[in-house]
Design a protein around this ligand. Structure first.
Ligand code: ATP
Length: 294
């Protein structure tokens, strides 16, 4: 274990889903998916400081639990259990990623906590071990370990990185209410979701050239009827020039895809009254390599 590094600051990005197909329900209650996930440049900032005793959390910016319900705490606990040490870390989270918005903030924080602690302690855990721990923390957590555009299958943990990814500016609008992922899964009628085989062929043929014709999210079938504001945001993004628009995850965030940054900026201003709005690009960092020593 290295003792020289006592502090680390990490930027944990959000994600968007541009395709999300629910393909089945497993006996353990998880759902099987086919999804395309892209990490984007909206970040929580996590500061890890070794010392004291236990795991101490401080969160600024947004309202999330700072006890054992926080995924950072759970990731920390899993890490110390795995290396067989008593916890001794304070974590400050500057939370910029909207919560329960379909942007994966909690999962990203958890993955970057695993990577940061591993680095802070001299990399005692292998990538395979980190992946297994990430999967136990949540279906989206393994994605944030590699943190690059991926096709994900299984519960979202079988990841196939996409070597090339088209350039876009993403205007992300977060209507002012949260949607519980558990509620959204409970509403989906699996027999109504479309068969996947033809779709996958279509995706493989056109990925890396243009994602716009492929945008699809099965959760829209349950979220749009219950939350018409989400449909309004989608329509507005298209009217102000998006090449395509799609809800991310189980919502309520909606992503508009723009090829032209100027159009994206103007669009971002026009959708402001619909919710918190961001312009983001695909995150190009390299996992915890993005971390910098404080
Ligand atoms: P997904 O798309 O993966 O379902 P999401 O973006 O919709 O995720 P999150 O922002 O990750 O949802 O938060 C979901 C729940 O997790 C919230 O109820 C929140 O209180 C809890 N939570 C626990 N730890 C965190 C954290 N570090 N950041 C955000 N939420 C957290």
């Amino acid at each position: 274990m290295e003792s020289g590094k006592a502090q680390l600051v990490v930027k944990a990005p959000a994600k968007i889903n541009l395709v999300l197909k629910i393909t089945g329900k497993r006996p353990d209650g998880y759902h099987d998916l086919f999804t395309i996930m892209v990490p984007v440049t909206i970040y929580d900032t996590l500061r890890f400081r070794r010392g004291g005793s236990g795991i101490r959390l401080v969160c600024k910016g947004r309202d999330v639990p700072v006890d054992g319900n926080n995924l950072v705490w759970q990731a920390g606990e899993a890490f110390y259990r795995e290396i067989g040490s008593e916890p001794d870390v304070e974590v400050t989270i500057e939370k910029a990623i909207p919560v329960a918005a379909g942007l994966g903030g909690g999962s990203s924080d958890a993955a970057f906590t695993l990577k940061a602690l591993n680095r802070l302690y001299g990399n005692p855990l292998s990538s395979a071990r980190l992946h297994a721990m990430a999967r136990a923390l949540g279906a989206d957590v393994p994605f944030f370990l590699s943190c690059r555009p991926c096709v994900a299958r299984g519960i979202g943990d079988l990841l196939e990185p996409l070597q090339k990814w088209p350039e876009f500016w993403y205007v992300i609008v977060v209507p002012p209410f949260g949607i519980s992922t558990a509620w959204a899964y409970g509403q989906v009628k699996l027999e109504l979701t479309q068969p996947l085989e033809n779709y996958i062929v279509k995706v493989q043929d056109s990925l890396c050239s243009d994602i716009v014709p492929l945008l699809e999210n099965d959760f829209e079938t349950v979220v749009l009827p219950s939350f018409p504001q989400v449909a309004e945001v989608k329509d507005l993004l298209l009217r102000v020039g998006a090449a395509g628009a799609i809800m991310s995850g189980s919502g309520p965030s909606v992503v508009g895809l723009f090829r032209d940054p100027e159009k994206a900026k103007v669009a971002c201003l026009s959708v402001k009254e619909k919710g918190e709005s961001f312009i983001a690009r695909a995150y190009r960092g390299e996992g915890v390599g993005q971390a910098e020593k404080a």
